[in-house]
Write a protein that binds this ligand. Sequence first.
Ligand SMILES: CC(C)(COP(=O)(O)OP(=O)(O)OC[C@H]1O[C@@H](n2cnc3c(N)ncnc32)[C@H](O)[C@@H]1OP(=O)(O)O)[C@@H](O)C(=O)NCCC(=O)NCCS
Length: 117
Amino acid sequence: MSPAHQRQGFGRALLAYLEERVRERGGLTLWLGTDDEVDRTSLGGAELYPDLLGARAAIRDLGGHPYEFYLRCGFLLAGVVPDANGPGKLDSLMAKRVSAPPTPQRDAHPGNPPSGV
Ligand SMILES: CC(C)(COP(=O)(O)OP(=O)(O)OC[C@H]1O[C@@H](n2cnc3c(N)ncnc32)[C@H](O)[C@@H]1OP(=O)(O)O)[C@@H](O)C(=O)NCCC(=O)NCCS
């Protein structure tokens, strides 16, 4: 999106359109990676091992990184990929379910009591 057209709702509308098409075709979840090559998040240039989940939880935006946009559009931060684009240049993995959640299949497993018991 050109800077002149940002923050006017176009990105959200494009994502909503994509989600609808994916849902129509039976897709379950949208996954994306959003990179940080110039230290626009607190994780840029940092050592993320051995606590990848802790790093994911501690991420902070240092200046308009797009992961905030995806959060606002209903994505969750699912993880981080250290050095995805070179030393210290991570990718943040984000996911959004676009279909109904799965229903538990407990009765299908031998040994589980019938439902209602
Ligand atoms: C990131 C991008 C796609 C967002 O599209 P957009 O049309 O500007 O976003 P929208 O106007 O639909 O914004 C939706 C919401 O996200 C917020 N938002 C958008 N960009 C944001 C950013 N960089 N940081 C924090 N919040 C952001 C908006 O304020 C709005 O918030 P609201 O829930 O209060 O309404 C667009 O700015 C862009 O193309 N940027 C340059 C390239 C880029 O970074 N692409 C992503 C690569 S992974």
